[in-house]
Design a binder for this molecule. Sequence first.
Ligand SMILES: Nc1ncnc2c1ncn2[C@@H]1O[C@H](COP(=O)(O)OP(=O)(O)OP(=O)(O)O)[C@@H](O)[C@H]1O
Ligand SMILES: [Mg+2]
Length: 304
Amino acid sequence: MTVVALGVHIVDVLARPVESIPAGQDTHLLEQIRVTAAGAAAATAVDLAALGVPVASVGAVGDDELGDLLVMMMGRRGVDVTGVVRRRGEQTAASILPIRPDGGRPSFHVPGANLGLAVADVGRERILGARVVHLGGMDVTWGLYDPAFFALLDEARAAGTIITMDLLSNMPDLMQGVRSFLPHVDYLLPNEEQALLMSGAGSAEEAALALLAEGPSAVLVTLGADGSLIAEAEGVTRVPALDVEVVDTTGCGDAYCAGFIAGLVDGRDVAGAARLGTELAARVAGGLGSDAGLDGARALREEK
Ligand SMILES: Nc1ncnc2c1ncn2[C@@H]1O[C@H](COP(=O)(O)OP(=O)(O)OP(=O)(O)O)[C@@H](O)[C@H]1O
Ligand SMILES: [Mg+2]
């Protein structure tokens, strides 16, 4: 498989526009409610499939209806889900996102089966055969803080596999812990808040440079509407966001990662791959949910 997206799998239920939680038992009528395959591994896998990149997803979900739904949604969109393990008696991770009229996205979340993902769930052959392994949300998959997993990543890298990593949470303790992955990763793609918490730095640029010093060959920090910045040994460059009418930014970071990975697969340089990530993220921002705007995404790979 060209790409393996490994880590967090979540069912998102999104509603818009939500101005407030109704008082008592009242009902507010909305324009839209959707359910999507989300999370730093699952959403990125769906985006990669939309870009036409062969992708398999590895993670843990429950044996509940949410898990059925998640694997069905991913399979329908072309993701190989044979590496998604089903845990008896556990709940599939899920979020409820009431999206504000301005695109703001508060959430309610149950971490569920993601927390138990462990190295025994990760097929060794699958990792060693991939061109890119994307680690999505290692801050909450504590079972992968395992020397055996790090050794597997290093073995894959030695054979030419590229390792990319994105994060899920914004919890300070988790951001510190996840730094142990950095010596085993080629490209780190945190958002600004995560980069600041991981590094303790005072600005996104300082954060990116500090994290770069811990092992990756580039650190790409996403800055929401301000685009992203890329720190490499040669210096720091900025990639502006596209000017789009924003409905909901859920999954923009995942789309950025997917476009970046597809760009690497296509042989683009880091800045060129980041531009593809930016273009896909702009599409996702234009609709509700992490899979909005993906129709026809494959054509983005032709425009260099
Ligand atoms: N309001 C916006 N307008 C245009 N582009 C945006 C906007 N918000 C995000 N993006 C694009 O998406 C990229 C990633 O966004 P962001 O920094 O919000 O990621 P994130 O916080 O990791 O999101 P998530 O993890 O929920 O997917 C940005 O670098 C930018 O290119
Ligand atoms: Mg993110």
